[in-house]
Design a protein around this ligand. Sequence first.
Ligand code: YXS
Length: 259
Amino acid sequence: MSLIRVEIDGRLAILTMTNQPKRNALSEAMIEGVLAGLEQAQTAKVRCIILRAEPGAKIWSAGHDISELPQSHRDPLGWSDPLRVVIRAIEEFPAPIIALIEGGVWGGACEMALACDIIVATPDSTFAITPAKLGIPYNVTGLLTFMNAANLHTVKEMAFTARPLNAERALLVGLINHLQQPDDITAFCVAMARGIEQLAPLAIAVMKEELRVLASAHSITPRMFERVQGMRRKVYDSTDYEEGVNAFKEKRPPVFLGE
Ligand code: YXS
């Protein structure tokens, strides 16, 4: 049974994550549901997508399914990791995707929300970049998603403290586009989508792709990239990485020794 509800109404698709018992953790199954929903939407030639959790959710998504992270000695965020696949699918989808946020957004889900084109959130929403909580060496393109969504100091504070940013601050720093009350947020997002539907889809699709290409245009040499990959490997080979994942599974605070 899919963990995503897909509703297509004319040129609008609403994708709803429906696995609250697991806090919409981005398991392979959940991501397969999102990818299937995007495919269905593209076949239906929709002109806007809304990606959300169920109305009133306390957690939008708890991020990467920690139980599916490799134990160690393997890049947890390699090219074909499901989280990396869904981020690229969202960025490359040829129409705007509105992230309708209620509740907490954690780790890889924070990247997935920020990879969307427009973010509308309720006042109780929070956004947390969590690799430091788990000892995970986030990957280069993942950090670029965050850098494209907020200024560097904000990204550094979120990444180095792993503390959730509240919605008010997220709006202030430009991480989100709009704040809306829970009773209004669905109608607000649908109205925005209906407005987009009336505009020229080809022009919007090409501007979305141009902005993606421009936002990803950073000069990093093969030597620089290999150096960073080598540094990341030391982290995912570390006992700290194993400790972070195990501590979550054993529901205890991690003790990081820096080795
Ligand atoms: O014990 P059961 O079987 O009921 O399952 C529990 C949790 O284990 C499960 N769950 C998760 N399972 C896999 N991966 C997750 N990320 C995850 N989060 C939660 O859901 C059931 C209910 O969880 P519980 O009891 O903790 O719910 P709660 O309402 O008290 O607290 C909700 C959260 C989200 C505050 C709490 O579950 C939590 O802190 N989750 C982990 C958030 C997090 O650190 N996410 C980052 C995942 S790693 C990732 O995204 C990237 C790789 S990175 O870290 O690099 O950004």
